[in-house]
Design a protein. Structure first.
Length: 693
């Protein structure tokens, strides 16, 4: 019987780009959703950007633009990167949407009515340099429970303990590096202990959580009174103001999970559906959340408690996974293993990462390790050497022809593989993708053995064996298609290519049970190319370059002001840039006038072959006077966007011979490097050749 399933993945925060660590979760979830749809179930996949909090507010101040502009740009980047990895959402929303505000109000009213809210003053960490109370993520220190160092302000990644930033030992602000002060402010709390009985029952019934998660909650939280949950933040804060508590805002962890419902509501409005059919307590829909183990506490205690109080549908299952390591270590910017999704896509096919993750993912919480050497070997061996090899060794012989009118006798190969369909389906259902891929590769081995024994390339040399050749290739292509159907949740692109090759859509898991006969075969085109080690090396090298300018932020150095905001400062200009690069020593006017700054027009711009950071610019100073300049702005500007633009150049700089050519000047820009580069542009009315005084 078809099921009605709503699936979510954790909401990516709108203050950073998607990297390969994030993609473990989104690939895992997308595979599960595609599998459910292939099984014939109604399954929708919703997600959204998590947009509220201090980080967005601080970044917007630093960049001199609105929070809405910041989150709009990041949403566009997130959608692009997810699409590049063939991750398909039925709706991708934002926690800053009117739908989310509406649902937050409704759920808050239910929690208030249930008598679960209390108010009390809280001693909270305050950054005297940045001039703001510190959100959990902006404080790091020593865990008060296990003593692990460099832990965030909400929960310990080492022991899993939950606490407040004020509980940390030796705390430090990641905004300015300052030692925070303790200041008092009024906060609103949800008394979670009043839901202790329900939460104990829900988490321990054996169906909603992996057993290790249920045991962890029992041993670390449910064995003692649950702490009150702080759900508000005083101004300044970017988020939704609490309607019955002016000047106070819902903490991001209150409105973020409600974003799952808001994204569903957007989908419902677009598709003529009722939100209650999915989220009301009486709904038959299954809610499945996919999350990382670092946010277990919020999704298995706070969130079910909110839903229960508001009379909403509770999660059928919270699927929790481990973290990604690369080469057995945390992702490293200095080693180039902190790889952005967009950087990966420049060098490697998305299907390779999807398959590698699938081959490593089990149903538990174990961390997944990415070995770059194994990544190359597994893709080339399994997908190119086994799966695609079946098509490449048979399809060409039937190009422009058809499969045999009746499926030939294959010694029971197709039937035996069809019988394994339910076992493979069970592995997918349980998120044990590693077991599924091993089973599928075993089928590929048997199919390749058949081809090796029948040798269609030998048969084709004998014109009298044309019918035999058609039969052998028919069997091989059907075994290939059967394997592709089983891999379709992991490799949707290969599934589409197979549809085009054999002129038959793949619409159901049951398609793997019935062989094709008599259908036309299209001309064969290469389905996958082998990955070369040099492609991986180039990706790693580019990752080093792209992230070099961000090292200070990654190491906890000031990201925003290192000087205090002044209340009278209308513009709220941050001091991070000045702190990161202090003023140079004084110079005299005589020193300054030696530099000839001129307005120039970019009349030609192009990439520099074999240079990762440089663009070659031809600058016009007017009257036929030009300068050839190499500028390290490739990560920030496209050549075609620069032509015709006015810039400021150092026109009397002594020419310098570089391996790419002669550099005859410099263009002036601000920023920290990499993509954070901003060319200086003269005001309207300036013309090439004018001196800058």
């Amino acid at each position: 019987m078809p099921r009605k399933i709503l699936v979510t993945a954790a909401l990516p925060y709108a203050n950073g780009h998607i990297h390969i660590g994030h993609l473990v979760e989104y690939v895992q979830t997308d595979i599960w959703v595609r599998f459910q749809k292939l099984r014939g179930h109604q399954c929708i996949f919703v997600c959204a950007d998590d947009t509220h909090g201090t980080a967005i507010m601080i970044r917007a101040r630093r960049e001199g633009r609105s929070e809405e502009a910041v989150i709009a740009d990041m949403r566009e980047a997130h959608v692009r990167d997810f699409g590049g990895f063939q991750i398909e959402f039925d709706n991708y929303g934002s926690t800053n949407s009117p739908e989310n505000r509406e649902l937050c109000d409704t759920i808050w009213a239910s929690i208030r009515s249930a008598g679960l809210v209390k108010e009390k003053d809280v001693e909270q960490l305050y950054d005297p340099v940045a001039g703001t109370f510190l959100a959990d993520r902006f404080v790091r220190g020593t865990c008060p429970k296990c003593g692990a160092e460099d832990q965030p302000g909400d929960n310990c990644s080492a022991c899993g303990a939950a606490y407040t930033p004020a509980d940390l030992k030796n705390p430090k602000s990641t905004l300015s590096g300052a030692v925070p002060e303790v200041r008092s402010a009024e906060h609103l709390f949800i008394e979670l202990e009043k839901l202790h009985g329900f939460l104990n029952e829900w988490t321990q019934d054996g169906t909603h959580l992996q057993s290790e998660v249920a045991n962890y909650l029992k041993g670390h939280f449910l064995g003692e009174p649950l702490r009150d949950w702080d759900v508000s933040r005083p101004a300044p804060y970017f988020g939704f103001e609490i309607p019955d508590k002016k000047g106070h805002y819902w903490y991001v962890w209150f409105d973020a999970p409600i974003g799952y419902m808001a994204s569903t509501l957007e989908w419902c409005k677009r598709n003529g559906q009722d939100l209650n059919d999915w989220w009301a307590a009486a709904s038959s829909a299954e809610i499945h959340h996919f999350i990382g183990k670092d946010i277990t506490y919020f999704h298995t205690l706070f969130w079910p408690g909110m839903l229960k109080t508001a009379g909403c549908n509770l999660p059928r299952k919270v699927h929790i996974h481990g973290f990604l390591t690369v080469g057995g270590e945390k992702m490293s910017k200095s080693k180039g293993t902190f790889i952005m999704g967009s950087t990966y896509l420049k060098h490697l096919p998305p299907g390779a990462l999807r398959y590698y993750y699938a081959s490593k993912l089990g149903s538990g919480l174990d961390d997944l390790d990415l070995s770059l050497e194994e990544f190359v070997a597994r893709f080339n061996s399994d997908l190119v050497g086994k799966v695609v090899n079946l098509a490449s060794r048979s399809a060409g012989f039937l190009a422009g022809k058809t499969l045999s009118d009746v499926y030939p006798d294959d010694g029971g190969l197709f039937a035996a593989a069809a019988e394994r369909g339910e076992a493979i389906a069970t592995f997918y259902e349980d998120c044990n993708y590693g077991a599924a891929t091993r089973e599928i590769m075993a089928l590929a081995d048997k199919a390749n053995k058949f081809v090796d024994e029948r040798q269609p390339w030998v048969i084709r040399k004998d014109p009298t064996r044309e019918a035999e050749l058609q039969d052998v290739c028919t069997i091989t292509l059907n075994l290939f298609r059967q394997i592709v159907i089983y891999l379709a949740p992991v490799l949707p692109e290969l599934a589409k290519q197979t549809e085009e090759l054999l002129n038959r859509p793949i619409v159901s898991w049951a398609d793997a049970q019935i062989p094709l006969a008599g259908t036309p075969v299209s001309p064969f085109t290469h389905l996958m190319k082998r990955i070369e080690t040099k492609q991986v090396d180039a990706m790693v090298e580019e990752s080093k370059e792209v992230t070099a300018a961000e090292q200070s932020v990654a190491s906890g150095a000031p990201e925003v002001p290192a000087v205090a905001f002044h209340p009278a400062d209308t513009w709220q200009d941050a001091g991070a840039a000045l702190a990161g690069e202090p003023l140079a020593a004084e110079c005299t006017i005589d020193d300054f006038v030696k530099i000839d700054l001129r307005v120039a027009r970019v009349i030609e711009a192009k990439h520099v072959e074999s240079a990762n950071k440089l663009l070659q610019l031809t600058l016009s100073l007017g009257g036929g006077e030009t300068r050839n300049v190499f500028a390290g702005i490739k990560a920030a500007y496209k050549p075609e966007d620069l032509v015709g633009r006015l810039v400021i150049c150092v026109a009397n700089l002594k020419p310098r011979q570089m391996k790419f050519g002669l550099s005859q000047g410099m263009v002036c820009a601000s920023g920290s490097g990499g993509s954070e580069v901003f060319l200086l542009t003269p005001d309207q009315g300036s013309v090439p050749g004018q001196r800058v005084h």
